[in-house]
Design a protein around this ligand. Structure first.
Ligand SMILES: [Zn+2]
Length: 138
């Protein structure tokens, strides 16, 4: 296992972002469940964690899965974390990003999406799949 994060070395529940294999493909899945991160408010540490995960992904094809189970107002308030992650992806890692899956969404996810959508380029916007589509329709 490659080194990902000094904060998670100390407490693995701090952030939630890890790499999974997509069965019978060469595609990597970057999975996050923000409500499972005990330090969800830690923007600097979370972004550093993502940087290392994406460094490991490198030039490989990948999909982003954001599991919004139990995503609440306190998570939606962490707009800074979300926008910094989006900026990192847009700057360096979007070319091999094949799909953005937002699962178990709710109204708080919709609020966050509204704020971060302007930071996404059109290519990335077209990759977003939300399992509860009513929340992105206006
Ligand atoms: Zn971490």
């Amino acid at each position: 296992m490659e080194h990902i994060c000094v904060i998670c070395d100390d407490d693995p529940t701090s952030h939630s972002c890890h790499i999974l294999d997509k069965p019978s493909t060469n595609i990597k899945i970057v999975y996050t469940c923000p409500s499972r991160a005990t330090k969800y408010y830690d923007t600097k540490g979370t972004v550093a964690h993502y940087k290392n995960v994406l460094k490991i992904i490198g030039e490989q094809d990948w999909e982003y899965v954001c599991d919004c189970t139990d995503f609440g107002l306190k998570h939606a308030m962490c707009i800074n974390t979300a926008t910094n992650i989006v900026k990192l992806i847009v700057e360096k890692y979007y070319k091999n990003l094949k799909k953005i899956n937002i699962i178990n969404s709710n109204k708080f996810v919709y609020v966050m999406l509204k704020v971060i959508l302007p930071f996404l380029n059109n290519e990335l916007k077209s990759q977003i799949y939300v399992d509860n589509i009513q929340y992105i329709c206006e």
